[in-house]
Design a protein around this ligand. Structure first.
Ligand code: NAD
Length: 291
């Protein structure tokens, strides 16, 4: 079975690498933490003293490091991957880093005749343990096809996002949504508590509506993405209800920064004559503002 060099066996990388071993690959691990390498050895990996050694003769090399700077260091630093990576092998960066940094690393490797593709992961360490990560891949179709059996050891959902660099960009878009919505969820629950509600009952309600089910799963595909702005729920009513919810939060002094930030968008849509359109017309407003 093919050898996989695995660089970075931390919270995510270790369970991912262990699933690669379970998938029948030989794993050759490198990490700056000797303790992490001790655990890897106990689970059947071989371990080496440098990133470059991990790449020697490996069909695939995976990096799962904190940032793009760590990846560049593992690739181009002393005893790095760049020198030993076989031109027929694939280097797969599964870390979350700055796209521009990833692009620069990929171009520099390309000049050496070597291939780097991006395959960052969604979900958490629990899914890393279960081999059920969502993996967003950027790269040539042939390379993605070659990597797929390996990626399927680590994830149950492999999405080819497009050319090189689209995986990491998709990952950041995903994180923007999940990280920002974490705050609005926290504020909504805090407003519920401030109003003296039973939190579990409130959650039961939220999970039965767009609030908990999510715009991407419900309103967007039905309305704005389908080109239909006939109001299911109109912008002006959303504006009225946002004012009401902000007042409820104010009554208990609850944090409501996300709602306060959302207000000008609904006001602007209403001012621009969009008040009687479906509330998902906010997407068009934001696109106009971005342009
Ligand atoms: P971590 O800090 O637990 O693991 C990183 C590992 O890299 C550590 O073991 C560290 O010793 C090692 N390391 C650092 N520099 C190195 C180098 N130059 N050479 C070799 N090894 C080196 O981090 P993590 O939680 O496993 O996250 C890894 C990446 O995955 C990050 O980019 C993170 O943003 C992303 N991610 C994390 C999660 C999560 O839930 N933890 C989810 C999705 C994506």
């Amino acid at each position: 079975m093919a050898t996989v060099g695995f660089i970075g066996v931390g919270v995510m990388g270790m369970p991912m690498a262990l699933n690669v071993i379970r998938g029948g690959y030989e794993v050759r691990a490198f990490d700056v933490s000797p303790a992490a390498l001790d655990v890897m050895r106990c689970h059947g990996a071989s371990t080496v003293d440098s990133a470059g050694q991990a790449a020697e003769g490996a069909a695939f090399v995976v990096t799962m490091l904190p940032t793009g700077e760590h990846v560049a260091e593992a690739v181009f630093g002393p005893e790095g991957v760049a020198a030993s990576l076989d031109p027929d092998s694939l280097l797969i960066d599964m870390s979350t880093g700055l796209p521009a940094r990833f692009d620069a690393t990929a171009r520099r490797l390309e000049d050496l005749g070597k291939t780097l593709m991006d395959a960052p992961v969604g979900r958490t360490s629990k899914e890393a343990e279960n081999g059920t990560l969502l993996i967003m891949v950027g790269g040539e179709a042939a390379d993605v096809g070659r990597a797929r059996p390996l990626l399927e050891c680590m994830g149950d959902t492999i999405i080819h996002c497009g050319p090189r660099g689209t995986g990491i960009r998709t990952k950041l878009v995903n994180n923007y949504l999940s990280i920002v919505s974490n705050i609005v969820v926290a504020e909504a629950l805090s407003i519920a508590e401030g109003a003296g509600l039973d939190r579990d009952k409130a959650i039961e309600v939220l999970m039965g509506t767009t609030a908990g089910r999510g715009h991407l799963a419900t309103t967007y595909p039905a309305k704005v993405l389908a080109g239909d702005l006939e109001p299911g729920f109109m912008v002006d009513l959303a504006l009225k209800d946002l004012h009401l919810a902000l007042q409820l939060g104010a009554d208990s002094g609850s944090s409501r920064s996300m709602g306060t930030s959302a207000l000008p968008f609904y006001e602007s849509a209403s001012d621009r004559g969009m008040g009687r359109l479906d509330w998902t017309a906010i997407y068009n407003l934001v696109r106009d503002m971005s342009a």
